[in-house]
Ligand binder design. Structure first.
Ligand SMILES: Nc1ncnc2c1ncn2[C@@H]1O[C@H](COP(=O)(O)OP(=O)(O)OP(=O)(O)O)[C@@H](O)[C@H]1O
Ligand SMILES: [Mg+2]
Length: 304
């Protein structure tokens, strides 16, 4: 199973949101990283079939069968798809469980959802998912009475209904507290087996442990693509830590990109600085191991 994104471009009036995006997605978790306005949601809405591109096409390929345009596949594609939009609209008067049943019948009722039936049907699947996203205890609560984080988890829950083979999640952990973030992250990686999962975020820590591939989107252009390990290795020899007098900080920051700053534990007048630089930024600077966040900041710099 694979999805071929071929030369996709999209503009809103004169704003180019996507420019000639070309990518192939196979089974695995892909992180779509980029700052606000990079075009992540635009690409996801096109992949979900909710938005038409100005040019280019999205092809879906299953095994040895010929690739098909998703727009021509219609229901056949939608039945394989789970989509969590960035700003989902959910009926405020529905209870959590009723909403899940409603979404189940919209997604699964008119197709032979054999997998789901062998697992015991709608109710079992809904119960399992609600337990996994920790909403089972509030299943009788109306959506309007849920907290922001609960609504976020309900949006994820409806996306995974019907065991979709393509899962598109637009900022699934936005607004969650740290414990929920980790729990949702683990849940996504657990259900991702044999699926194409695309996760948009601008929070690197959300995906660096679970994504096998990272796509960097900058002003509508795919500027890099690769495994976290491959992207991190591009920063070898470019990340430095040094100590400096506080009064020299502004001078250092005008010459080098600072990614972290802490007060020295012993000396009040000293700061510890982490900078990105192709050359040694100061005599006392020590070259340290890079992280994915360093690479993200290297690529996006002041845009973030
Ligand atoms: N409906 C629209 N009408 C006009 N411009 C739009 C519309 N939707 C998006 N844009 C513009 O297209 C660009 C890409 O937007 P998009 O929402 O895809 O970015 P994003 O990467 O998802 O950002 P964020 O991280 O803030 O969610 C932005 O400049 C945005 O202002
Ligand atoms: Mg977005």
């Amino acid at each position: 199973m694979s999805i071929h994104i071929k030369n996709i471009s999209k503009s809103y009036r004169d704003k180019k949101a996507l420019q000639n995006c070309t990518l192939t997605l196979n089974a695995g978790i892909y992180a779509l990283l980029g700052p606000n306005g990079a075009g992540k949601s635009t690409l996801m809405n096109i992949l979900a079939g909710n938005l038409l591109p100005d040019s280019g096409e999205i092809l879906y390929q299953d095994g040895q069968a010929p690739a098909q345009n998703i727009l021509k596949m219609g229901k056949n594609y939608r039945s394989k798809l789970g989509f969590m939009p960035q700003y989902p609209g959910m009926y405020p008067n529905f209870t959590v469980e009723y909403f899940m049943k409603y979404m189940y019948y919209l997604k699964c009722a008119d197709k032979e959802n054999k997998k789901s039936r062998t697992h015991g049907g709608a109710q079992t699947e809904i119960t399992e998912i609600l337990k996994a996203v920790e909403l089972y205890d509030v299943r009788d609560r109306k959506i309007q009475a849920l907290s922001g984080g609960m609504k976020q988890r309900l949006a994820l829950a409806q996306a995974v209904l019907g065991e979709p083979s393509v899962l598109i999640l637009d900022e699934p952990t936005a607004g969650l507290d740290p414990r929920q973030r980790i729990s949702i992250r683990n849940y996504i990686s657990q259900i991702a087996l044999d699926k194409i999962v695309l996760i948009a975020t601008h929070i690197v820590s959300d995906i660096e442990w679970i994504a096998q591939n990272v796509i960097l989107l900058k002003q509508g252009v795919v500027v890099d693509f690769g495994s976290p390990h491959h992207l991190i290795s591009k920063m070898d020899g470019k990340v430095w830590e040094l100590k400096a007098e506080k009064e020299d900080l502004t001078e250092i920051q005008t010459h080098f990109r600072t990614v972290n700053l802490t007060q020295d534990e012993k000396e009040e007048s000293i700061v510890c600085i982490r900078v990105l630089s192709d050359i040694r930024p100061a005599e006392n600077a020590v070259c340290v191991g890079p992280s994915l966040e360093d690479y993200y900041l290297y690529v996006f710099g002041t845009e973030t």
